[in-house]
Design a protein around this ligand. Sequence first.
Ligand SMILES: Nc1ncnc2c1ncn2[C@@H]1O[C@H](COP(=O)(O)OP(=O)(O)OP(=O)(O)O)[C@@H](O)[C@H]1O
Length: 296
Amino acid sequence: MNVISTRQLTKRYGRTVALRNLNLEVHAGEVYGLLGPNGAGKTTTLRLLIDVIRPTSGSITLFGEPMSPRLRGRIGYLPGDLVLYDRLTGADYLRFCGAMRSHTDLGEAVRLAKRLDLDLDREAGELSKGNRQKLGIVQAFGHRPDLVVLDEPASGLDPLAQREFHAYLREYVDGGGTVLFSSHVLSEVEQVADRVGILLAGSLVVQDTVASLKANAVRELTFTFAEDVSAASFSGIPGVRDAVQASGTEVRCRVSGAVGELVRAAARFPLVNVTSHEPDLEDIFVHYTEERGDDD
Ligand SMILES: Nc1ncnc2c1ncn2[C@@H]1O[C@H](COP(=O)(O)OP(=O)(O)OP(=O)(O)O)[C@@H](O)[C@H]1O
């Protein structure tokens, strides 16, 4: 089942098209990472989904229904620009958020705060950036929502807090929750997301599992031969993007998809060694960004 489904979702700010015909599907029980460089439209997407801004055109369905006040209570949200009341303690702030949602049980929030090593007795004005972020995360999950939408959640968290937060996310989705989060920290998305969407200049250019993106990504194979072999021998082989002469006896090929044809071709020469550079999410991200740049 799709917890989030958007159809041709578009948002313009005057002449700026922040989001263009977005068809996003987030499945129940998954962690979905929305990636993109600054200004790509991530925050716009998240704000549309939680109904703080309205689309120029297109539609949004959450839990199979159009947004309504009843649905709001099922959603937790961490904004990218979290505003806290400096004189309220963390506990006061959580009670305040709870009262607005008619959810007075702070049990889950207190448990998560403990896990993240956040002192709820301190006033927000005294908290460091990372601890303010933790309080924002705690309020997003505190009312036990079914869907949580997080804008750059790991921003400011130290590595230990990040690890604990990621473990919590996994437990939350294993318990039936669904998470959509935005990030431009590729390693974070790679670690924690089941599926990834890459937004570039307001358009979703790819949406897939991290594993599948990697399997289909361009990888680099370097062949070392016992004698000089020309890179031209490898151009035109299915999957080969380009073949570069690294030295007389060394050829570097960029290949997408299966590498069998290329390896068979290389084996016709006196092959001494093959090394493969496995693509990570960063390579994939750079690839789509460059491809997009080439189109423009
Ligand atoms: N309120 C607004 N008025 C005018 N333009 C806006 C407004 N909000 C966003 N934009 C523009 O819409 C585009 C998308 O912005 P958005 O904040 O969604 O990007 P983002 O991917 O979240 O970026 P970042 O990673 O920097 O937070 C940008 O060109 C931005 O300048």
